[in-house]
Design a protein around this ligand. Structure first.
Ligand code: SAH
Length: 190
């Protein structure tokens, strides 16, 4: 209910694949992380957008950091955190090149590469496996083979199918809401 109050993108940029994670899905991911003790250290949200995952992690007790390229999204993220009373360190940066230390868990909903061909999530997975001990990440359904090989020697511990509602946000969208099948991965790097 708290995360329902997180504002989404004001003018989403299709090149950056700005799709917010809906509140019920964000809470499901974060509760699953909480139950496994994965929110006890520092949590980093790569490509945090307007901050729903980073803010949710902070509300559940983590030290929380969000990294985002787009300053407009970051401004909304900061306002969201302030309005909901969450303390999050938002950083403007490119996931490809940012240096981060002391992160225990990464939570992310990276670009899938739908607009630029597949592989938009590679830089995100690369950084996540470099900095995180445990990773929660959302990908297109059917990505398991690719992800398994890409994250080695980290291991996929669990894959969960979820129906992800994409709200109409770009001109090329023909329906008000399109439900796509995605997979939530828990990847273990310790
Ligand atoms: N995590 C948010 C947003 C997901 S959309 C949520 O779950 O609601 C993916 C986000 O990644 C967008 O906000 C986009 O601007 C950001 N992004 C795309 N490429 C990036 C890069 N190279 N470095 C940092 N952020 C990036």
């Amino acid at each position: 209910m708290i995360l329902e109050r997180v504002e989404g993108f004001s003018a989403p940029d299709p090149r950056l694949e700005q799709y917010s994670t809906p509140a019920p899905i964000a809470s499901e991911i974060l509760y699953s992380a909480l139950m496994r003790g994965d929110l006890e250290g520092t949590v980093c949200d790569l490509g945090c957008g307007t901050g729903i995952l980073a803010i949710g992690a902070a509300i559940l007790g983590s030290r929380s950091v969000g990294v985002e390229l787009d300053p407009t999204a970051l401004k909304i993220a900061n306002e969201n955190a302030r309005r909901l009373g969450a303390t999050v360190g938002f950083v403007r940066g490119d996931v490809e090149s940012i240096a981060l230390k002391g992160v225990s868990t990464v939570v992310m909903n990276p670009p899938f590469g739908a607009q630029r061909g597949s592989g938009g999530d590679r830089a995100f997975l690369r950084k996540a496996t470099e900095i995180g001990e445990v990773i929660y990440s959302i990908h297109n359904a059917g990505s398991e083979g690719f992800i398994r090989r890409f994250v080695e020697p980290c291991k996929i511990e669990e894959v969960q199918r979820i129906a992800f509602p994409l709200k109409r946000s770009f001109k090329f969208h023909s329906k008000d809401v399109e439900i796509i099948e995605v997979e939530l991965y828990r990847i273990f790097c310790r």
